[in-house]
Design a protein around this ligand. Structure first.
Ligand code: HGY
Ligand code: MN
Ligand code: MN
Length: 408
């Protein structure tokens, strides 16, 4: 049984392929994500790791009995709809590969090592990014989470209970946090930084502030053929003008010095008939910026433009914040430690959110990025070369060997 990272990725490459959207769709509690998790559990147990699911649905594979001082690695297995195969799984698979390599070397860690698989990192089913790590770290209200509904109206509480979780147990996990000395997440880079720098691996420095908002434009549903243009209150038009304004406003502030990004990747007109003027449009706005103040200012400008567009169409607008992640600056001491271990590797910021960013509020965390030759992510062409995947495992193995102490 090979634990080479490339072999492991090959083993799971057909789980969750999306025949309609292309790429992969692996959403929390869905069959594909459960199959991927079952594969992980089997592989972890074949390494003699003890696997458990925590109160928030995150899965942990333990090398050594849990106690304070534990070093955690890992990432997530869920994806965006039609996403790539590396965002998340590369970190989990690399962790398996690194542990297998250390075991094969006869290394015995001085402290426990655990591989974490965080639930619903993408927020693709319930709309909140990094849901499992936010619950564990206490940065989201568990009662709000229990009541979250998916596209089919099923609550998180109901789905979680169907998968063995107690909805009343959701929430901050102080004991687990206290046992973790550090969490290092390896992740495929979701940009072109390492291409431009010519390195296979980097250490993360920071993560942009990130807000997600549901915009609901409400107008007057009517007949496409009998309703004069002057008599319409069309929420699709209000949305379209908002999308154009968001792109223009963010573009004014997004350059090589500052980041200001606004995206609408999901729009649902209701009722959705091709000969029907919609009565409502739900649109999800994703806003990213250097820090919280910049993200707030960017959101305010876009929302003001959205209200103006709604008024101009005789529509109304409701804005609901579904998810927010503040700017993250990674722990300088752990970052320094990784750079001392790895030597000459670059330090990169990222616009993508991660569980290591969320948990950085409650414990020392760090990230390793692996070069992505396309620089594309959240799309099927996301990837990493075999050599760079192995370079990532080399780095993660070296980090684990150092942080976990031990002999061999
Ligand atoms: O959306 C993000 O930044 C991350 O990939 N969840
Ligand atoms: Mn992602
Ligand atoms: Mn990810």
């Amino acid at each position: 049984m090979s634990f080479d990272v490339v072999d492991l990725l090959r083993e799971i490459e057909d789980i969750g392929r999306d025949p309609i959207r292309g790429g992969w769709s692996r959403h929390v509690f869905d069959p594909a994500e459960r199959a991927l998790l079952a594969w992980f559990v089997a592989r972890a147990e074949s390494l003699g790791l003890d696997v458990e699911t925590d109160r928030n649905g995150n899965v942990w594979a333990w090398w050594g009995a849990r106690c304070p001082g534990t070093v955690a690695v890992g990432s997530h297995l869920d994806s965006v709809p039609g996403g790539g195969a590396y965002d998340g799984p590369l970190g989990v698979v690399s962790a398996l590969s690194a542990v297998a390599r250390l075991q094969a070397e006869g290394f015995v860690p001085a402290v426990p090592v655990t591989i974490a698989v965080f639930a619903e990192e993408e927020g693709s089913r319930y709309g909140v990014a990094c849901l499992g790590s936010k619950l564990m770290g206490g940065s989201i209200d568990p009662e709000r989470v229990a009541a979250l509904t998916d596209g089919g109206g099923r609550t998180f509480a109901d789905a979680a209970a169907a998968h063995g979780l107690d909805p009343a147990g959701l929430g901050r996990d102080d004991a687990r946090i206290a046992d973790l000395a550090a969490f290092v997440e390896l992740h495929v880079e979701q940009g072109r930084g390492l291409i431009e720098l010519g390195h296979p691996v980097a250490v993360a420095s920071a993560i942009l502030a990130h807000g997600r908002y549901r915009l609901t434009f409400s107008g007057e549903g009517n007949h496409a053929g009998t309703t004069r243009m002057a008599d319409r209150h069309d929420p699709v038009v209000a949305f379209a003008e908002t999308a154009l304004a968001a792109s223009r406003i963010a573009g004014e502030g997004d350059d090589h010095v500052h980041a200001a990004r606004a995206t609408v990747g999901r729009v649902v007109p209701v009722p959705g008939g091709s000969n029907v003027i919609a009565s409502r449009v739900d649109a999800w706005l994703d806003v990213r910026a250097d820090d919280d103040a910049a993200a707030y200012a960017l959101r305010e400008r876009i929302v003001a433009a959205a209200h103006g567009a709604a008024r101009a169409q005789g529509c109304t607008l409701e804005v609901v914040e579904e998810s927010y992640g503040p700017q993250v600056v990674f722990d300088a001491a752990v970052q320094r430690r990784l750079l001392d271990i790895l030597g000459d590797v670059p330090v990169l910021a990222t616009g993508a959110g991660h569980d290591a960013g969320v948990l950085g509020d409650v414990l020392p965390t760090a990230m390793l990025f692996v070069r992505n030759p396309t620089g594309v992510s959240h799309a099927p062409s996301e990837g990493a070369s075999d050599d760079d995947c192995r370079a990532g495992v080399d780095a993660l193995t070296a980090v684990l060997r150092d942080l976990a102490g031990g002999v061999g």
